[in-house]
Design a binder for this molecule. Structure first.
Ligand code: UFG
Length: 328
């Protein structure tokens, strides 16, 4: 298939682009490189540097595309609370423009990168797709609004679409992985401590109602996540919008993640308890039964030691500046 991947220089978008290329698809990446890495884009893909507002219409007009995988977004919860305008413009308004450009140019298949943040603080776990959606921050609200937008475009205009609601994505696909100028995620930060780039890791809260008092999350391997995108893409049906959760069904506490990183890296990784981070739910664990049943998704790499080992193999050899500049 001929595919447009927005945000294909970012972490999830770039791994998916590689997996799409490896599966024989023809990929064009549209990315403004504001947070992405030029070196993460597959050599076989065409890279268009630009944002959706300025470039999506032009790219889609000239491409005869079969589908779009839409990753480009702002995705930091804390930042979204401070700058909701940026999030509504970058996430919601840009996606509206993308969908209108797809319609204008007869591109009828979409896979959208949604998030567990659409559910907010769940009353219980595991979270199924039937749970109420009550985002607790503008980031989750923009992604939920986009899900609604897609549903209405599927119903009215025949768009075939799948939203994938990721829980905590980690790991790497060989030499393609997680590297950001501003890092906030637990596993890459812990690995930076192991590398000596940081002195210690702060544990944000040890007074949660969990077994060891630290917050519990559901970690999914990036490569299994990419497989789900391929499955979604190849099974999209015109006029239908499907929503699937993507996680492992298992929860790990912050302390358990740090301990696993110690075991994998052989580094002591000093840790210090700090206050809770605003807006963090205590426990987020996904039920991914629906995508397993309906699409036959079969995650084979999603266990925490494997996830950390792959992330570590990527991180310890990384020249972040070269990766960003595309000179690796
Ligand atoms: N944490 C620490 N110390 C750190 C960084 C994180 O203790 O230095 C904790 C967090 O407080 C949280 C857990 O580690 O309890 C995981 O935090 P991450 O930042 O790695 O991931 P989040 O669970 O906050 O975020 C993920 C996705 C978001 C999504 C969110 C839904 O990355 O895109 O889940 O709540 F919005």
């Amino acid at each position: 298939m001929r595919l447009l991947v927005t945000g294909g220089a970012g972490y999830v978008g770039s791994v998916c682009s590689h997996v799409l290329v490896e599966a024989g698809h023809e990929v064009t990446v549209l990315d403004d490189l504001s947070t992405g890495n030029r070196g993460a884009v597959p050599e076989q893909a065409k890279l268009v540097v630009g944002d959706i507002d300025d470039s999506a219409d032009e790219v889609l007009a000239g491409g005869d595309f079969d589908g779009v995988l839409h990753f480009a977004a702002r995705s930091l919860v804390g930042e979204s609370v401070e700058k909701p305008d940026v999030y509504w413009h970058h996430n919601f308004v840009s996606t509206l423009k993308l969908l209108d450009a797809m319609r204008a140019h007869g591109v009828n298949s979409l896979v959208f990168s949604s998030t567990a943040a659409t559910y907010g603080e769940p009353a219980e776990v595991p979270i199924t797709e039937d749970f109420p959606t009550a985002p607790t921050n503008p980031y989750g609200a923009t992604k939920l609004a986009i899900d609604h937008l897609i549903t209405s475009y599927a119903a009215a205009f025949g768009l075939g679409a799948t939203s994938l609601r990721y829980f905590n994505v980690a790991g790497a696909h060989g030499a393609v992985g997680e590297s950001r100028e501003v890092e906030t995620h637990l596993i890459p930060l812990v690995l930076q401590v192991a590398l000596g780039q940081r002195e210690k890791i702060f544990i944000f809260g040890d007074d949660y109602p969990t077994e060891d008092g630290t917050a519990v999350r559901d970690y999914i391997h990036i490569r299994d996540l990419a497989d789900a995108h391929l499955l979604a893409l190849t099974t999209n049906e015109p006029g239908r919008h499907r929503i699937f959760n993507l996680g492992s069904g298992d929860g790990y506490s912050v302390r358990q993640v740090i301990e696993t990183c110690r075991e994998v890296t052989g580094h002591p990784i000093p840790a210090e308890v700090a206050p809770r981070r605003a807006g963090d739910p205590a426990v987020l664990v996904a039920s991914s039964e629906r995508i397993k049943e309906e699409l036959g998704w079969n995650p084979t790499r999603t266990d925490l030691p494997r996830i950390v080992a792959d992330a570590w193999a990527f991180t310890k050899d990384l020249d972040a500046a070269a990766y960003r500049a595309g000179k690796a």
